[in-house]
Structures are given as C-alpha cells and as structure tokens.
Ligand binder design. Sequence first.
Ligand code: GDD
Ligand code: MN
Length: 379
Amino acid sequence: MDGLVKTSPEQSLTRRTGGPELAVIVPTFNERANVAAVVDRLAIALAGLDWELIFVDDNSPDGTAEAAWDLARLHDNVRCIKRLGRRGLSSACAEGILSTNAPFVAVMDGDLQHDESILPAMLAKVRAGADIAVGSRYSGDGSSGEGLSPIRQWGSTLATRLSTLIAGQELADPMSGFFMVRRDLFVDVAPQLSDEGFKILLDLVVTAARKGTPPAIAQVPYVFRQRQAGESKMSPLVVLQFLGLFLSKLTGGLLPTSFLLFALVGFSGVAVHLSVLWLFTSVVPETFIVAQILATITAMTWNFFLNNSLTYADRKLHGIKLWTGLLGFCVVCSMGGVANISIASMIYEARPAPLIAGLAGALMSSVFNYAVTRIFTWK
Ligand code: GDD
Ligand code: MN
C-alpha cells in the first residue's frame, strides 16, 4: 500500500497521562542567540517537575523561530508558535498562555534577564493558593541589579507608583515581566486584556480585580540580570503605550488605550499644523489659503505616520497598504474636519462661546476620525 503501518484509532490517539503542570511562555523577538540557553537553564531549574516551554515568536528576522523549532525537535516539552503580521509582547504572551493546558503558566523574558531559578518557588506559591506569583525586583532580597540604566530605573520606579493607583493594591513590582498565574484565572480575564504594549502583569491584576475580588498575589524576590545577547525592545513607544494603558485603566477602561494615543497624536498634529502655517505665512504672507491647505496636508500626513507606528504599532501598515492607508486616512480626516466645523458652528449659534464650541468640534472630529479609521484603515 502506501507504506504506512495501519494502527487502530485507539492506538493513534494516545491516552494522556497527566500532562505538564507548568508551562513557561517565552515571548521572543530577535533572540536567536538566547533560545538554546533558555532551554538549558530551564532544564536545570525545573528538574523533577512536569513542565513545558512555549516560545512565541513574532516572525523575528534573525530566525529565532527556526532556532526554537530546532530545539523543539530535540525535546518533547519544547515548542514554538510563530505569529505572522503581528507584533507585541503582551499579545504574544496571551497567545502562548491560551495554547496550553497546564494549570499553571509562567511568563519569562527570552534574554536571560529573569532568574529562572526562582520558578520552583513561584510554583510553590501558586500551588499553595496564590493566584499570581510575581518575580519581584523590589521586595525582599530582589533588586534590579545591573539590569537597568539610571534613567530606566527612575522610569520603572515612577511606573510602579502609578500602578499602585490603578491596581487598588500595593504591588512590589507591577512592571515585572516575570510572573506565574493560574491558567483558569488568565483565561477568564483574557478577553478584557489590552493587547498593546509590555505591561501584561499590571493589566492582568487590574482586570481581575475589576471582575471580582482582587487576586491574591505572592512575591518572589530575584535579581534582574543583564541582557545576554541582542538588544532591548524597550522604546519611547513602549513608554507611551504604558501611559495610554494607565489612562485607559484610570477611566475604568472606558477609553481604549488606542483612542488616548490617537488623541495625543492629534494634539501633536495641531502643533505641526500651526508651525507650518506660521512658517509659510511669514515667508509668503499673501497666500493664507494655500498655507492653510499645505498645513492641513502636512499635519494629516504627520498624524498618519505617527498613528501607524505608535497607536497601531501592532498592526502597522507596510508597502502599498501604507500609501492607500494614507489616502484613506486623509479622506476620513477631511470628513472629520467637516463634522468639526458643523458641530462647532451649531453650538456657537446656540451659545456664542468660541472656546466651548471649538473644543466640542475638535472632540467630535477626533471621535469620528478614530472610529472610522479604526474600521477602515487599521482593521
Ligand atoms: N513575541 C514578541 N513580540 N516578543 C517580544 C516583543 C514582541 O513584539 N517585544 C519584545 N519581546 C520579547 C523579547 O524578545 C524578550 O524576550 C522579552 O520580550 C522582553 O523584551 P526586552 O526587549 O528584553 O524588554 P526589556 O528587558 O527592556 O523589558 C523587560 O523588563 C521590564 C522591566 O524593566 C520586560 O520584561 C518588561 O516586561 C519589564 O517590564
Ligand atoms: Mn530584556
């Protein structure tokens, strides 16, 4: 026949005996040089436990996924999910967690900055009833060691304070990217998590608290290490996304992070508009209308590119879609401009308060532009 040995259905569907108790999710972007060491170190740290390792790679150009699949060929309990056309630490972690059956899941960076040797202690905490065990740099003997530059240290401390505000409970290290959680708790809150940015732990705590009782959190101190190979993906973008998440949570999730970023970008666009207008009219004072048109186009283009790499970094447009996207964006924003002017003049007629009328118009067009471009431009 075809050379295959036929087996009975009972034989081909193997019965599972147990399955891993712990899944370690490792998000990666350009970590090719680190993945083998991650496997080796976990093997030592988790010896004697039933565990699996899942890399979630966002199609790294350096071939991280291929390196991870090579490792998966060698080890039954290692695998790799490769995502195409998407970027983002938080959403990568979520996808990894949702792909396992293990009752406990840990998230750990793939650059060896997190000390894997505390994983058994974290597991002991969740086994004993904690909802979440956080690898913490700021409690007990933990510290950020050599891992952070002074400016990042400062930012990290500030972010920690802000987080206490929205989490409703004191968290030693809410910015930690190293934690373990009961899988069922995660699955429960996953639909409400923001998929932007880096701060999945904070998001998890806040969202779980909003849904019912605040989660019981245990801390396990560790010393943050220096990155092994490659470079950090932390950027001003990530910081802005954090601020967006913070504001969004502060409004009880009413305003999505992307709307706040969109509005922020719009605000910067006003500055661009006014600068171009001022520059142009001071050179050729007679042609206000030309200057106004030029300023409008410049500001729209500015807004588009900024939104594309900031607000919608996770669904960034490339190639031909970038240009058709720009065109569509300008059309939508022009309609938004019309809405702005009509609302503003309507209000102004009812009550001649220019500031209120102007603000209402601007708000109207931001909401309109946001809603429409979210559907048509960055789907
Ligand atoms: N799949 C995927 N997609 N992985 C990503 C992405 C992405 O877009 N961006 C980053 N990663 C992976 C990296 O490859 C690494 O394994 C891990 O996520 C952390 O990224 P780093 O670039 O090393 O971040 P960091 O060291 O600056 O920040 C870490 O420390 C912070 C605390 O100071 C992270 O753990 C943060 O979550 C943490 O807040
Ligand atoms: Mn790192």
